[in-house]
Design a protein around this ligand. Sequence first.
Ligand code: MG
Length: 167
Amino acid sequence: MSYYIPDYRAKSIFEIDYDKLRKLGIKGILIDIDNTLVPMHTRIPTEEAINWVKEMIHLDFKVCILSNANHERTSLFKDILAVTGVGMAFKPRKKGYLKALEVLALENTQCVMIGDQLLTDIKGGNKINMMTVLTEVLDKNEHWFVRLKRVIENLFLRKQLEKVEWI
Ligand SMILES: [Mg+2]
């Protein structure tokens, strides 16, 4: 299967069937920050993000932030949300994902990568055989470079994405 195609898609992290993830053997969640956990340019975690983390902990998931943002931004989120995290991950490179697995002390088959970008979040997760869930962007007001990537994604992948199951 193409590296760019997620296992599942979801409207947002708030609308994922986490019971189903558990039943599929998932114990750890690698989560992207921008436009997945919070809208782009959101300086600190939103109340929704804080509540989401609480819910995940309650459901007994381990959470690790995996972001291409700088260490400062990643640390801020990590500290406020009281979860683990890997910043400057250079997704889709494997290194950050492997670091996150090490931090969570879980195997690739026990984790899911949740993110809004096919070319980074999803591709990287697929490269290390991890379950991937593509979410829709929380905020359409994106940087031109990210928008350009989405145009490319749409051109090549829309047909295939339409076949992906919602979770
Ligand atoms: Mg993102």
